[in-house]
Design a protein around this ligand. Structure first.
Ligand code: N01
Length: 530
């Protein structure tokens, strides 16, 4: 027997869960948010590693639902740090009195759909039992950490950390010998700072990554005033773009312009800094030869920065630019010019095991006091499938997605009625500026719930054919791009044993149009039952 009867249970208290709570509560529904951490913020709560900051510009990495909030909040830097982003979400929670409906330190456990009542029976590790009509999964795309299984790890006598689960009290690297495993965004952001603090740093690299300088700086008050003078219009304009962000899109194709013009465009974007580098030419993600021109430019930059040519060669990615998420850094490549930093390419000299004293490779043991795993996440599906969700007929959610995620629009899943996912696989999410994509989904879900409640609909569920067509479409569009040409977390190929499927949907803003069309056609593609 449930202790509590609610309209909606939201799982996760990050940016998605907090705005979902606000949206639903404003519409008059009873909502409870369960959050595993002892604070809100989701990814920005857990990822406290040195150097953690957002690589979307802060003037665009914020909620848009309240003009007053947008005007009042003052970001201090071009790219906000993790502590500043956490302060922002805490400010939002306080301003809209959200915490009274958030239960922290609570992990959702077995959660079953009751076909007799058309309601979810949700339990938690704190002994809660909630009966709710709707279940909203706001568990985040990058929240289930990927910890490598390396022999001997348990025998290590020093300290081990994962960038995605960083201790709140921080880590003192001074006087220490440190190993960092992994050179994705988290590694690339933390390595320069760890190198400056520690005695010796050894970076274990499996695949080098492309990275663009951030050129982070304090925000110029004149620039902020200009944006805030037309904030709503500025954000609305960005909403209509491919990345949901102000990326200064160039419609030209790289292969249609002469080489000098091309290099100028790349130089201009390198000097400006940030991931809008990918918007330099329209064909970069769709034509391998076009992409090769960006690769050549970025290889030259590594040669210019890294003094030792052998080291520079090891740091040059062989793949397609942007195929793995492009990184943004402050002094990453220059860090390898430091005397206290060395690089181990684990393709040449694999990690054999971890010993009590450090990391063993063919050439011997690299003695270290601290190992930092910057090895990423079981992205997009991991946080969802680890919750024990049972749908119609007791179907386990983790089993229904065992061979890859299946959904309609990334929002609803056949067999799991009255359940919604925010920025899940099958939606553009991680290929765009996450915050506006979160808001787009929350608004769609909130409006859908109001539609259902106003009409006395008991149950909504994705139809089998709509789901099948959508999954096929997501794959088809993904295949037109260069994304499937490498191993990345977009494909789940960073996690041993995970099915290789292109997880996000490449197609913003057409995706938003499709979502609007579905809603306008009385949720066509979903089965609605009285
Ligand atoms: O994780 P990653 P991340 N042995 O998966 C390596 C967002 N983010 O935490 O490429 C050795 O990108 C792995 O090697 P390989 C952003 O979207 C944003 O860095 O699989 N190495 C790779 O080098 C980003 O893309 C921000 O061959 C192993 C690294 O570990 C996403 O989060 C900041 C290994 C993992 O890189 C994830 O970034 C940070 C093993 N067994 C993160 N397993 C900003 O906004 C994995 N690796 C700036």
């Amino acid at each position: 027997m449930a202790d509590l009867k609610m309209d909606v249970v939201v799982v996760g208290g990050g940016f998605s869960g907090m705005y979902m709570l606000h949206k639903l509560r404003t519409s008059g529904y009873s909502v409870i948010v369960f959050e595993a951490g002892d604070g809100i913020g989701g990814t920005w709560y857990w990822n406290r590693y040195p150097g953690a900051r957002c690589d979307i510009q802060s003037m665009e990495y914020s909620y848009q639902f309240s003009d007053e909030l947008a005007q009042d909040w003052e970001w201090t830097e071009r790219y906000a740090t993790q502590p500043e982003i956490l302060r922002y979400i805490e400010h939002v929670a306080e301003r809209f009195d959200l915490m009274k409906d958030v239960q922290l330190n609570t992990r959702v456990g077995r959660t079953e759909f009751d076909e007799g009542t058309n309601r979810w029976q949700v339990t938690t590790d704190q002994g809660d039992a909630v009966d709710a009509k709707y279940l909203v999964m706001a568990t985040g795309c990058l929240s289930s950490t990927n910890y490598p299984q390396i022999d001997g790890l348990e025998s290590f006598s020093g300290a081990c950390y994962h960038t995605g689960k960083w201790p709140h009290e921080g880590v003192d690297f001074s006087g220490k010998r440190v190993a960092v495993v992994g050179t994705g965004s988290s590694g690339i952001q933390s390595i320069p700072i760890i190198a400056a603090e520690c005695d010796e740093l050894t970076v274990f690299q499996r695949t080098p990554n492309f990275s663009i300088p951030a050129h982070n700086q304090p925000l110029d008050p004149g620039f902020v005033a200009k944006i805030k003078g037309r904030y709503r219009a500025f954000r609305d304009e960005n909403r209509l773009t491919a990345f949901h962000a102000d990326f200064d899109y160039n419609e030209e194709n790289a292969l249609d312009v002469d080489p000098a013009h091309r290099t100028n465009e790349y130089e201009r974007r390198w000097a400006k800094g940030g991931i809008s580098f990918m918007a330099a030419f329209a064909d970069l993600m769709f034509d391998k030869n076009a992409n090769a021109t960006a690769k050549e430019f970025l290889h030259d930059k590594i040669d210019e920065i890294v003094r030792d040519p052998d080291l520079a060669a090891k740091l040059k990615p062989d793949g397609v630019v942007g195929c793995k998420r492009l990184c943004v850094d402050t002094d990453y490549f220059a860090t390898f010019n430091r005397d206290n930093v060395s690089l181990v390419d684990i393709n040449e000299t694999p990690i054999r095991k971890i010993t009590a004293n450090g990391v063993e490779i063919d050439e011997g043991v690299c003695d270290v006091d601290i190992i930092v795993f910057a090895t990423g996440f079981d992205a997009m599906t991991g946080a969802l499938t680890r919750v024990d969700i049972r749908g119609r007929g007791g179907e386990r959610f983790s089993e229904s997605w065992a061979e890859g995620p299946k959904s309609f629009l990334g929002l609803g899943v056949q067999g799991f009625p009255n359940m919604f996912i925010i920025t899940g696989p099958g939606s553009p999410s991680v290929l765009t500026n996450m915050l506006p994509s979160i808001e787009h989904h929350v608004d769609w879900i909130g409006d859908c719930i109001s539609y259902l409640e106003e009409r006395g609909v008991a149950r909504i569920e994705a139809k089998a054919d709509a789901q099948e067509d959508w999954v096929a479409h997501v794959n088809e569009v993904g295949d037109t791009s260069v994304y499937p040409q490498c191993n990345s977390w977009y494909l789940g190929s960073n996690v041993p044993g995970k099915s290789r499927v292109f997880l996000p949907y490449l197609g913003f803003p057409p995706y938003a149009e499709k979502c609007a069309e579905v809603a306008n056609n009385d949720y066509e593609g979903f089965e609605l039952s009285a």
